[in-house]
Design a protein around this ligand. Sequence first.
Ligand code: URA
Length: 213
Amino acid sequence: MPTKQQLLDELKKEMEENTTLPLSDTANFVFGEGDADAEVLFIGEAPGFHENQQQRPFVGLAGQLLDKLLGEINWPRESVYITNIVKRRPPENRDPLPEEIEVYAPYLKRQIEILQPKTIATLGRFSMNYFLPETKISRDHGRLLKASEQLIYPLYHPAAALRSTAVLEDLRKDFHKLPHILATGTMPFENRAEAQPYDPVKEEPKAQQDSLF
Ligand code: URA
């Protein structure tokens, strides 16, 4: 029985060799990295300039902020898995096109099937909308949602947080809830939301949560 890492290596090779995939003629391939047995998978949108150069996800300024936030919750970067929907850099860092997302989507699906993470933390609206097309990042960030049976925790993109201190505050607040979410599969109690279009995963009863802290 192959290990998750072996299956990821096979998928990576298959994708790298497929030069018909979008952006193959203009950009390097950035598959993703981290612990194949990670319980949390972070998904961004597409590589940027530095990611393209180093062929690693989230290594530029946005990546440095991601690393800092991971440090704040004592999660080594190597203990999670980090990838993007689109695996090659769009020119001039433009948004990925719907047809690019569509072609890369089945590969991301396979990557997720191999990793089987407990929770997927989406970074920015593109990866959030990949799972939950009707969601809005300003409304739904920091809410634990379900897409099929998969737990999705939408976060602001770190690049957006670099442009706005208000967004950074929200991202940090949401990020700090990740250990609780991973440990319990539920939101901390105080995060109860009013309108819940996606049947978000319910919070724990207060008594139970008090005992955790
Ligand atoms: N932005 C992303 O969405 N992904 C990266 O890997 C880097 C920046």
